[in-house]
Design a protein around this ligand. Structure first.
Ligand code: FNR
Length: 370
């Protein structure tokens, strides 16, 4: 699809929001958000795989009322889309995660806050009291991890989303080329209290915190740590970054409340499968024992519909809402959410579904021989 020039007109879809954001952001910030690992094959595959899937519309069904509401882990949401954890959102806009919290609350959908957020767990909770989950990276120092979990629980976050596909950071060459990506005031603020800043000059404190936080991610994380995590919290624990049936079965055995099929938006292992192609094997493996969510490359209401038809309970979007944030702050996030919601509603009407319930959206909607 040709991309319109969108500098002077309101974007009409999520893809155009990326172009608008690109025009507004410094190149290093744009590349940090847009980029993937190495040759970006997996990044591209996420989109291409959705585009290969064809839908089987049914007709002559009364679709005057289409109900998008559903639940995720039993929590009611206005429609089956969550905002994925994305680090350092003040790179995109000074209001960062606070603006996203307000937009998510207004839309009655769930925001998943990153461990690497540029506003703190507590600040985001105070900005808007909509439903929130906390994305967790595990630290070598278990006490640091435990403190993050306790802070999220105390601030009212309703689930922990443990990201399991970052034993080490993927090889993101766009970032390597830029060397310095982050302005000094955009830092992972959840760790400010963990670092002794007394000997560091104010201008260098951001870099000191970032340098402290990044290498401490635990590369020795195993299923035993999932058990440990479950033992220290009453929040449900989801595992984000699962791509195989084997790991999906282990996740169920280790008490995961849900699985997020994800390749980290193509930012970790280049050569990992497109998530929408990995989804069916995972849905088959878990046999309905836990909910399955998926993210990666979702840009259209029809993409959401395809994911639901292949067995996802809901989907997450990452980059699109950050493009909205970069373009127009909170209003841009709200507009991205509204555009996707409207597209999903239309897609459901055009395929003849009046609700997102599993009874209506199923594999019958997907053309198998395409
Ligand atoms: C991410 N993602 C991510 N995931 C996570 O678990 N913790 C994190 O801190 C981040 N940070 C992050 C930063 C940026 C700039 C991006 C683009 C992504 C991955 C994210 O949660 C999600 O899996 C993908 O973004 C989904 O793909 P799309 O929707 O961006 O194509």
């Amino acid at each position: 699809m040709p991309v319109r020039k969108v500098a002077d007109v309101e974007p009409v879809n999520l893809i155009e929001y990326e172009e608008l954001a690109r025009q507004k952001l410094p190149q290093p910030a744009y590349d940090f958000i847009a980029g993937g690992a190495e040759d970006e094959v997996t990044l591209a595959a996420n989109r291409a795989a959705f585009q290969r899937i064809q839908l089987r519309p049914r007709v002559l069904i009364d679709v005057s009322n289409v109900d998008l509401s559903t639940t995720v882990l039993g929590q009611p949401v206005d429609f089956p889309v969550l905002l994925a954890p994305v680090a350092l959102q003040r790179l995109a806009h000074p209001d960062g995660e606070l603006a996203v919290a307000r937009a998510a609350k207004a839309a009655a959908i769930i925001q998943v806050l990153s461990t690497m957020s540029s506003c703190t767990i507590e600040e985001v909770a105070a900005a808007a009291d909509g439903p929130k989950w906390f994305q967790l990276y595990c630290y070598r120092d278990k006490e640091v991890t435990k403190r993050l979990v306790q802070r999220a629980g105390a601030s009212g976050y309703r689930a922990l989303c443990l990201t399991v596909d970052v034993p080490r950071l993927g090889n993101r060459e766009r970032d390597l080329r830029h060397q310095r990506i982050f302005p000094p005031d955009v830092i992972p603020r959840n760790f400010v209290h963990e670092v002794d800043l007394s000997a560091i000059s104010p201008g260098d404190q951001g870099a000191a915190i970032a340098a402290w936080a990044a290498p401490l991610l635990d590369p020795s994380l195993t299923w035993r740590d999932v058990d440990w995590l479950r033992s220290i919290t009453s929040m449900p624990v989801l595992l984000k970054g699962i791509l195989t049936a084997e790991d999906a079965r282990l996740a169920v055995e280790h008490g995961a409340a849900a699985i997020v099929v994800s390749n980290h938006g193509g930012r970790q292992l280049d050569g990992a499968p497109a998530t929408i192609e990995a989804l069916p094997e995972i849905v088959a493996a878990v046999q309905g024992r836990v909910e399955v969510l998926v993210d990666g490359g979702i840009r259209r209401g029809t993409d959401v519909l395809k994911a639901l038809a292949l067995g996802a309970q809901a989907v997450l979007i990452g980059r699109p809402y950050v493009w909205g944030l970069a373009a127009e702050g909170e209003a841009g996030v709200s507009r991205v959410i509204a555009l996707l919601r409207a597209e999903l509603e239309l897609a459901m009407a055009l395929v003849g579904c009046t609700s997102t319930s599993i009874a209506e959206i199923g594999p019958g909607l997907i053309r198998r021989d395409a």
